[in-house]
Write a protein that binds this ligand. Sequence first.
Ligand code: ZN
Length: 246
Amino acid sequence: MKAAPAAQKRLLDLAELDSVVDRLAHRRRTLPELAEIDELSTRVARLATQVIAAETEAGDLAREQSKAETDVDAVRVRAERDQKRLDSGQVSSPKDLASLQSEIASLHRRQSDLEEVVLEIMERREAADAQVTKLSAERDELAAARDGAQDRRDAAFAEIDKEAAEVRGKRTAVASDIPADLLALYDKLREQFGIGAAMLQGTRCLGCRTSLSIAEINRIKATSHDEVVRCEECRRILVRTPESGL
Ligand SMILES: [Zn+2]
C-alpha cells in the first residue's frame, strides 16, 4: 500500500486521539463510584429486608398486646360484675357468698397475671419499635450516600462524555486527511491490537517497544517513503518521521 508521508504521519495524530478515547472509556468503566454504588445498593437492599422483618415483628407484638389487653378487660368486667352481686346483698347463702368471694379473688389473681403478660409484651414491642427506627435510619443514611455517589457518577459521566465528544470531533477532522484505504487498514489493526499505527523511533517500534533487526531496518531504509511499512513484530503500521532517522 502506498500513501503520502504526510498522510502516514496523520495516523500518529489519529492514534493519539484514539488512545485518549480509550483512556476515557476506561475511566468511565472503572469510576470508583460504580463499585461504591454497587456496595451501597447491596447494603440498602439488605437493610430494607431487615426493616420489613422488624416492622412485621412490631406489628405482631402490637396485635398480641391488644389481644392480651382484651383478656385483661374481660377478667376485670367479670370481677366487677361479681363484686356488684356481692355488694347488692342479693346473695345470702353463706356457701354461695364464700364461693363468690373465692371467684372474685381468683379473678383478681388472673387479672394481675394477665397484666404482667401485657407489660412483658409492651417491653418487647418497645424494643421492636426501637429496632425499626434504628434500621430505618441506617437504611435512609445509606440510601442518601448511594444517591450522592450516583450524582457524582453522573457528573463524572457527563464530563467524560463531553470530552469524548470533543475528541471524536477532532478525530473526524484528522481522519478526513487520511486516504480511505490507509484509514481502513488502520481501523482494522486498531480493532485487533488497540493501536493501529506507531512511530518508528530510531530502530524501535513504539507500538510494541521492540527494536527491529538490522536486516529489517535496512529493508525499511531501502523502501520509498510513500510505501506503507508494518512492524514485523506487532504488525502495526510503522510511521517514519524525522525521529526515525530513516
Ligand atoms: Zn511493533
